[in-house]
Design a protein. Structure first.
Length: 401
């Protein structure tokens, strides 16, 4: 008798051992995430019915304004902040720019910013812009082979002109976690503002801003199962930043322009959902990640797993398959219905070696051979099974090709 699979997995003949019954197998959650189940239903009334401008004085405007402020209260509550400390933005990159450029514009000159070589491009390119346009002094701390900074070196690099420490919480490629509490304590001890890029951290680790020594913190909804084009900036300690976007009084003067009410409501709903998932599924995510690391080593020769000894996100695995290019592996995996990621693409479309992995001491060849596998709260063990079944054959074929 033919064994039947659940209708949700297949419609038609049974798949062979090397067919994917769950296309696509999505293992790229650090790039973006699907919408949380409650997010779209929460957003729909503000897309369809409560479409008023929150700045309008009539009843439809007031209803939209109510939804916006309720969303702010929910987001603040989940992050343990005060509603007035949450500024809604158009995403993580905008929040990063608002924080860094805004704070620098209010600081004395000459100004010095201390950051890290493995920061996200949104931070590094902002710092490079400031260095060119305003002669801001920038120091980027190196990292060791595990992607970690030396706190003693951080202390040694602080100067009297230092006006900002800018460090990400979780690295998007390796999952390495910087010791944000310790960095914040150093910043407070020197009375220097501290900005944290928490785009990859929110939704993956608990965030308690009421006890966290940070002054500014950026986050992005689509990294934690919310809508794209929606983000936020925590602005604490009664700090004021000049707006990047002029043209209105919205967001208490931090950001001009009509607010994305539906996006804010969707982000709030997603954050509540992901907080619940975090409490129940962190252990299973870690187990799947560790299983991937173990079985990749057992099934495939000449592999190198990065930052394995570091404190890192439980959902992220970065591995180099030596003697091949990761781009070829990505394309072959995509043909099997498996979505994973690699480094950033340059303007020509070619894949450059990851600057993050190069900073950790990898050779260009090792960095080009890397693949990032990032799991999410919707990842299932059957997807890991399929990935591990097809991966050895694909690697063998590319290496022999």
């Amino acid at each position: 008798m033919t064994k039947r699979l659940p209708r949700r997995l297949v419609a038609g003949p049974l798949p062979s051992a090397h067919q994917n019954p769950m296309k696509p197998v999505y293992l790229d959650y650090n790039a973006t995430t699907p919408l949380a189940p409650p997010a779209l239903p929460a957003m729909l009334p503000y897309l369809r019915d409560h479409y008023g401008n929150p700045s309008s004085f009539h009843s439809r405007g007031a209803r939209a304004k109510k939804g916006l402020e309720e969303a702010r209260e929910v987001v603040a509550g989940h992050l343990r902040a005060r509603p007035q400390e949450i500024v809604f933005t158009g995403g993580g990159s905008e929040a990063i720019n608002l924080a860094i450029k805004g704070l620098l514009s209010t600081s004395q000159k000459p100004a010095h910013i201390l950051s890290c070589v493995t920061e996200h491009k949104a931070v590094l390119e902002t710092l490079n812009h400031l260095r060119k346009e305003s002669q801001t002094l920038v120091t980027l701390l190196p990292v060791d082979a595990e992607g970690q900074i030396d706190l003693d070196q951080l202390r040694a690099e602080i100067r009297k002109e230092t006006v900002l420490l800018a460090f990400m919480w979780a690295n998007n490629e390796t999952g390495v976690l910087h010791p944000i509490h310790k960095i914040g304590e150093i910043a407070r001890g020197h009375k220097i503002p501290f900005f944290c890029d928490a785009v990859q951290a929110v939704g993956k680790i608990p965030i308690h801003l009421d006890t966290l020594p940070v002054d500014l913190m950026a986050f992005s909804a689509h990294k934690f199962y919310g809508p794209k084009g929606m983000g936020g900036l925590y602005v604490g300690r009664e700090r004021f930043l000049p707006p990047l976007v002029h043209g209105g009084h919205q967001e208490r003067g931090y950001r001009g322009g009509t607010e994305n009410v539906a996006g804010a409501v969707g982000m709030a709903a997603a954050l509540g959902w992901v907080k619940d998932q975090m409490g129940r599924n962190q252990a299973s995510l870690k187990a799947m990640r560790d299983r991937l690391a173990t079985e990749i080593r057992e099934r495939i020769s000449r592999v190198k797993i990065h930052a394995e000894k570091a404190d890192r996100l439980v959902n992220t695995l970065n591995v180099s398959f030596l003697d091949l290019e990761g781009q070829s592996l990505l394309m072959a995996m995509d043909q099997e219905g498996i979505c994973v990621s690699q480094g950033a693409a340059c303007a020509s479309g070619a894949i450059d070696p990851s600057p993050i992995l190069l900073a950790m001491g990898l050779s260009p060849e090792e960095a080009k051979a890397s693949v990032r596998i990032s799991l999410g709260y919707m990842t299932r063990s059957q997807e890991i099974d399929f990935f591990l079944d097809v991966l050895p054959g694909i690697v063998k074929k590319i290496r022999e090709g």
